[in-house]
Ligand binder design. Structure first.
Ligand code: GLV
Length: 319
């Protein structure tokens, strides 16, 4: 079996693959799309990163390809329908991604609500000119407030548990309603998207990026939200119409936003940088050393499980 990696990092997490198979890494960098296109005809397995496009053109150049093992829970970078049509298995890494992403979502909620980064920024840059007093840096409460989670998969549920521990009430909207048993265990209530948007003090997006979730939050949805509401996105940038969000924030239609992902690539729209009530992080949902290593191990397990049939594989059946 010949395995091709588009990236090179956390090699200790891939040791079990290197021991067993012929593995090619780009050595200290990423392979470009053109380099992968040239090499792929010779390989049985492609280990891709969440921002590497695995499209029809690439799949058509891969007569030997049996498995695409993605390093991520999200797989919007892969044309899964086409891969499945060609008999190629696609896998992802949901396990190690869940806790760190839910933790970051909670962190962004707290940061935006309590103005942590804003205060830090002001203290550093304005030093003594910063107004410090008992009413100067008032934030928003989390305890007793309502969190609306859109996308109640693994990460949504993990965030729900954390929010409940903070004393929040949680409502959710999802493609399918959870069983009564699960709703009771999680202590959550299913509502329509409109109801969620109009009731929630915090709205967190935890849905995958699909054609159906593109601009899940646009001008219309932002108009439904409370002027005091805070929007959190740790999922994928295009779930939010970023131009509409900028306008809503500038006009005070919503109170704030905590964003780990952006619509137009790695960087937010420049207008967002000028807003104090926005906390921005560069797609760090799973950026802990522990999570990165565990994700590498999960990719290795998916590859070995697929080849040897000796362990479970996290397989994606349809887009
Ligand atoms: C990270 O963004 C992931 O999809 O795992």
């Amino acid at each position: 079996m010949k395995i091709l990696f588009t990236y090179d990092m956390f090699r200790e997490g891939f040791a079990s693959l290197e021991e067993r198979y012929e593995v090619t890494f780009p050595e200290g960098r990423d392979f470009t799309y053109q380099e992968i296109l040239k090499r792929i005809p010779e390989y049985d397995v492609l280990c891709s990163m969440f921002d590497f496009p695995v499209n029809k053109e690439l799949i058509d150049q891969a007569p030997r390809l049996q498995l695409i093992a993605n390093y991520a829970v999200g797989y919007n970078n892969i044309d899964v329908a086409y891969a499945v049509e060609k008999g190629i298995t696609v896998t992802n890494t949901p396990g190690p991604v869940t806790a760190p992403t839910a933790n970051l979502a909670l962190g962004l909620m707290l940061d935006t609500a309590r103005r942590i980064t804003e205060c830090d920024r002001k203290l550093r840059t304005l030093e003594k000119q910063m107004k410090i007093g008992i009413l100067e840096n008032l934030g928003v409460h989390i305890t007793g407030q309502t969190l609306g989670i859109i996308g109640m998969g693994r990460i949504g549920k993990a965030l729900c548990k954390r929010a409940c521990a903070c004393g929040m009430e949680v409502i959710y909207h999802n493609r399918r309603q959870l069983s009564l048993e699960e709703e009771t265990t999680l202590n959550v209530t299913y509502v329509t998207k409109e109801e969620l948007l109009s009731k929630a003090d915090f709205v967190s997006l935890n849905a995958p990026y699909t054609p159906e979730t593109f601009h899940l939050i646009g001008e219309k949805e932002l108009n439904f939200m409370k002027p005091s509401a805070i929007l959190i996105n740790t999922a994928r940038g295009p779930l939010v119409d970023e131009h509409a969000l900028v306008k809503a924030l500038q006009e005070g239609k919503i109170h704030g936003a905590g964003l780990d992902v952006f619509e137009f690539g790695d960087y937010p729209l420049p207008e967002l940088l000028a807003l104090e009530n926005v906390v921005l992080t560069p797609h760090i949902g799973t950026q802990t050393t522990h999570a990165r290593l565990e994700m590498a191990r999960a990719v290795s397990d998916n590859v070995i499980g697929f080849i040897e049939r000796d362990r479970p594989v996290s397989r994606i059946y349809k887009p």
